[in-house]
Write a protein that binds this ligand. Structure first.
Ligand SMILES: Cc1ncc(COP(=O)(O)O)c(C=O)c1O
Length: 388
């Protein structure tokens, strides 16, 4: 069996990549270790690169529709990984999940309508509704035993009058893999309050073996008939630069409205490389993913151990999925602005600012450990070097 080498990362600088090449624009300096935006520094797996290269050996890159072999690979992955046995006519290509969420907002809400989110959360869940004239209503998550939980009393109250819930399942930035029981409660409340659920499952495949991802529509009939679910291979296989997402809409009425919007706006044709890459990922990716998760788990263990020894007042929520650490700097007792300044200009490390995820992010930062262990430890060393 091939052993993948995650210690040997690519030099991404100079490839117009957001993480390494947009640091001046985002942080005001290039002189930092970028551990922010959520893609990984690992090489995109060879079987994906080979599939794209092979397609390039044909001389024409014209309009291309979804190949049957691609659809089969997606459907098999769905059945095998999420227990969803379905047909392609319930799925649709989506250029990107954030765009998909924006399309759903366009389809099912109007400016002035209320959209429910649980904060802290991935910033576009706040920004897209806000910038398109919707009103976001936030139900802050609770922290219990070092992990986020939903405050269902507050959630139910806030759901009143909302049209849509945008749910990060699993959760970014906290790494929570919501349980079937939690999701059933969400489904029941949303059905009662007539809130359509958008379940963003982009991090699902990065769930660590001790946890089990539950796809939202599978928790109950209520959930199946009141949801749109988005998936993508982009985080899992480090191919976020390709448009390769899909949505799954089991309810006929919701599907007619949503797919109608997509088709009427000519959003149905994907791109060649997205199809070929996704097919290769789903057809050949199991073993690579297994080894990736094991490596990431090692990074999390190493980070925990490093901080415990060298900077014990800084802690993080142990993620149940994915490669993002929600780090708690509150014991440094600094205003957010000064915390951010100190990390960027003194420690020379680029993390995501906690307050971008909602006001509950005050005193927090998000660190991306989707890189090799040496870089993770170097990032932590830089953080520890500017302790007060
Ligand atoms: C929860 C979540 N949804 C969506 C995205 C981005 O998806 P896309 O690039 O397909 O728009 C991210 C990226 O970090 C994410 O964390």
């Amino acid at each position: 069996m091939k052993k993948y080498d995650f210690d040997n990362i690519a030099d991404r600088k100079g490839t117009f990549c957001v993480k390494h090449d947009m640091t001046r624009e985002v942080f005001g300096t290039d002189d930092l270790l970028p551990m922010w935006v959520a893609d990984m520094d690992f090489k995109t797996p060879d079987f994906i690169l080979e599939a794209i290269t092979k397609r390039c050996s044909h001389e024409v890159l014209g309009y291309t529709f979804a190949p049957d072999s691609y659809k089969m690979a997606v459907l098999n992955w769905f059945q095998h990984r999420y227990g969803i046995a379905t047909k392609w006519n319930r799925m649709h290509f989506i250029p990107g999940i954030v765009q998909g969420i924006a399309f759903a907002l366009q389809t099912f809400t109007r400016p002035g309508d209320k959209v429910l989110i649980t904060t802290p959360v991935y910033p576009p869940f706040i920004n897209v509704p806000h910038r398109t004239g919707r009103v976001f209503v936030s139900s802050p998550l609770k922290t219990e035993e070092g992990r986020f939980t939903i405050n269902f009393e507050d959630f139910e109250r806030k759901a009143e009058g909302c049209k849509i819930l945008i749910l990060s399942n699993p959760h970014n930035p906290g790494g929570r893999v919501w349980t079937k029981e939690e999701l059933s409660q969400v489904a029941d409340i949303c059905l009662r309050k007539r809130v359509l659920v958008i379940s963003d499952e982009i991090h699902a495949d990065l769930t660590f073996p001790a946890h089990r991802h539950t796809s939202f529509s599978t928790v109950s009939e209520a959930a199946e008939h009141n949801s749109i679910t988005f998936f993508a291979p982009s985080k899992t296989f480090n191919m976020a630069g390709l448009a390769s997402s899909v949505c799954y809409v089991p309810d006929e009425g919701i599907r007619r409205a949503f797919f109608g919007f997509l088709d009427n706006n000519e959003l149905s044709l994907g791109n060649i490389f997205g199809y070929y890459a996704a097919e290769a990922a789903f057809a050949h990716g199991e073993e690579w993913l297994r080894q990736l998760l094991s490596y990431l788990q090692g990074n999390i263990d190493a980070a925990e151990s490093y901080l415990r020894t060298h900077c014990p007042e800084v802690t993080f929520m142990r993620p149940e999925a994915s490669f993002l650490l929600w780090m708690d700097f509150r014991l440094w007792n600094l205003p957010q602005k000064e915390l951010a300044r100190r990390l960027v200009f003194d420690a020379k490390i680029g993390l995501n600012n906690g307050t971008d995820f909602g006001p509950e992010g005050e005193g927090f930062m998000r660190m991306n450990i989707g890189t090799n262990r040496a870089t993770v430890l170097e990032g932590l060393r830089r953080i520890a070097s500017v302790r007060g």
